[in-house]
Ligand binder design. Sequence first.
Ligand code: SAM
Length: 249
Amino acid sequence: MKKHIPDMGDETSRVFAGQGVIETNKLHYGESAEFFAREIKKRLPPSSEPYVLADIGAFKGELLGEILHLLPEYTFNTIGVDINTDALDQNTVASSKVVCDATNLSLKNKSVDVVIMRYVLQWNNPADQVKILKEVARVIRKFAIIECTGPDDLHAELWRKNIDNLLNGEKVSKMKRNNYYFASESEIQDWLSKLDITHEKLRSRVIPDLSGVYIERYSLDNQEAEMAKELLRGTDYSNQSDWILIAST
Ligand SMILES: C[S@@+](CC[C@H](N)C(=O)[O-])C[C@H]1O[C@@H](n2cnc3c(N)ncnc32)[C@H](O)[C@@H]1O
């Protein structure tokens, strides 16, 4: 079945590129490129041969562009993968582009040195998230770095109930999303372990003001912004986690 492509918010591209002006967006998006670049440098020796780097859920290339900028000593053949054809059409960063569902990547086994994937899992149901993790592990020759956002383990149920009330679009229509599931860290950990994927959690932190992410991305007016805050009251934060998946030998 073809997946619905949602409205992502009129300021989304700027925010994804790390140019969000409010603190929560600096933390959610503005620090990822440096974090990813640091991990890549740590784990990948510079080489005269280009590495293959795939960005899964690449959107318009905002994150990939930032990362490449921070790694001038490397040469990469880059692949942007997304299910959103329009976004990929506007992606001028990736040297090649693949429109496909990450649950079934049209990339060969071990054909990619490094995968990067930020904030993709949550826009899929849990069964599909497991498939995506399996696919990422299948295509990597070296490692994947994955950044996720979701609830903390302690308040996961309430957190998800509140975000459902925001994303069902009843109170803030432009926010309507479906087919999402925000997994907690322990769920992700559990999936990776069950899939027998060698992995490590690189970072975990709570970022306050989740409503702020949407207020800036969707240019919510005052009334909508107040509603978003009200709906997320008590769980207006997110738990950001970064993972490394190591290729099987
Ligand atoms: C929140 S955006 C993040 C974009 C980019 N990774 C970043 O962090 O700047 C999620 C992206 O993942 C894509 N996506 C979500 N689920 C996907 C799937 N199953 N297959 C391919 N792309 C997917 C969406 O179309 C969207 O472009």
